[in-house]
Ligand binder design. Sequence first.
Ligand code: NAD
Length: 493
Amino acid sequence: MALTPSQLDRLPPGVDAPPFDRGKVTAGIAHIGVGAFHRAHLAIYTNLTLTDPDMASWGILGINLLEHDKPLADAFKAQQGLYSVSEFDPHGTRTTHVVGAMVEYLYAPVDGAAKVLQRLADPAIRIVSLTITEGGYLIDEHGQFRLDDATVKHDLEHPDEPKGAFGFIVGALARRRAAGVEPFTVMSCDNLRHNGAQAKKAVLAFAKARSPELAAWIDAQVDFPNGMVDRITPATTPAVRDELNAATGLTDEAPVVCEDFIQWVLEDKFRHGRPAWERHGVQIVDDVSPYEDAKIRLLNGSHQMLSYPAFLSGHRRVDLAVKDPLFNAYLTAFLNDDAGVWLKSLPGMDLGPYKKKLLDRFSNESIADQLDRLCLDGGSKIPGFLGPTITACLENGKDARRLAFLLAAYDRYVRVGKDDDGATYPLREPNAMRLVQPLIDSGSKETLIESVELVGPLPAKDERFRRQYDIYVDALEKHGVRKTLERLDALVD
Ligand code: NAD
């Protein structure tokens, strides 16, 4: 059964329809970057919130900008914004919802920049939310927005024909200002520390390059709440799509699979209104920093700790790697002895059970998360996910051998391009390659540990850490990941 609105009252058993009348819902949120995570997170909370009759003006206008989103865009158009989300608990029990929150959808390369700008300038849109990935914010190693990025340059030269997220956001804000319309709130849902502040930095830098007066207006008028988001949502490969459709009985070209866990802690900075997401489980707080710190250091940090070593050892699935006793012990030690020691429990987030549950979540075989997803763009992720733990350990004189090992594994991953079984893999490192490619080309022995952009200034200066790193680089080359990890303690003093 193809997934279209006319099918909603005849869905297969076990598949929930949107719990509201889509005909009554209009878009109040425009979301840029309709990928897997948005569909399983913000869209799910919003889908629930739309059951409240007073919330009907908070539907979602989905927007994608990039060429590679074409197949997804075709699916959203054919299905009029509908798609299914299948949530699996750690025991494999599935719950499937058809999500109806995306009541409009635009694909910029086909629908045109003018149409997207016009919709973003509409006063009905009061929030522009983002999942454009960590690298999408274009913040360089000095914390500056990259005005030299090709898309940014294009968008500054062609303000009415932008291609990138910041060209659209700033272009729409400029139109609203000129028309005397209130701005929208810009809400990042990406996995960045202080994601609102990062979005603000990018938007203001772009706006300033267009017009200092516009930048000043945005600075004074636009809110950029920080938020901590969590739900493991792997990419939907064609094989996963077919498996999901076989299980649900739907013919959905854009299904999403995710864990049953979901969390969103959000700062209440929305001068121009927001949906009452707190009625449906969102935790609204004054300061999200301790929550994002805890989540990013523990969850994303563990993901990154697992990624390169497990992948190089020959694993491809997160659940299987976490069930491997060698990696399980390594991650448990990282959580308790490296990342966890610097963090405290918070209201609504008790870190003891949180850490215990994390490894259960990772070992959920029904979502079979992919290690190559975790490996993707380490150059943008390592600084945020592991940087604070590395700094805390080294500043306090604490042995950080597991982190030295991880950096050695990352070095091997980007430099050698083959796993321990000799299998090659595509390197997807859009940001790190600026640093790494010159090292590879020169055949230099100089190491990634000296890259302040990646790991901060302390690792290169810390003799013990540097020595451990060098030993692990050698051991990985001679003995591979498993043997090095088995002897992680014995190899160093
Ligand atoms: P995805 O690949 O399914 O979707 C990413 C979307 O962002 C795509 O539509 C892509 O075209 C778009 N995009 C990427 N770079 C962009 C850019 N520079 N400008 C504009 N659009 C851009 O990935 P996903 O799983 O949806 O993850 C997206 C982000 O969500 C992650 O990078 C992370 O910050 C956050 N997140 C993901 C998860 C997860 O488990 N997948 C969990 C928490 C947070």
